[in-house]
Design a protein around this ligand. Sequence first.
Ligand code: RB5
Length: 149
Amino acid sequence: MNDSGKVLAMASDHGGFAMKEFIKAKLIEEGYEVKDFGTFSEDSVDYPDMIHPAAKAINDGEIERAIIMCGSGNGAQITANKYPNVRAGLCWTVEQAELTRLHNNANIMSLPGRFVEFDLAWEITKKFLSTEFEGGRHIGRVEKINKLL
Ligand code: RB5
């Protein structure tokens, strides 16, 4: 990764808190600036309360990419994808992170904080941040995502 100084958003509930802290420390070591939308402890919280502000920052173009977590990764991903300019992929393997960048041009990655080892979560994060959108036939597909019937 050569994105030193780049700002990333992070957010989680209590189910993703420990993973968020682990990944955040690694990102800072790599030179990223992290805007952390919480949560800030293991106390039980409602994941939308943290995910909405992070997703809004991506939606509004204030921050380019976000890494979010909850216990399963599902609630965080579902919340983030309510925003029209957000494409949030749920990733639990390195290949999924690569594919959601290559094919979906995902700008948010959701991780299952309770179901993935933290070292693997870091490998997944590095792949998400270092992979560019493939374009080509995927451009039209991504454009169709917001064309609701
Ligand atoms: C919290 O217990 C859990 O429901 C939450 O972290 C997440 O998995 C929801 O989708």
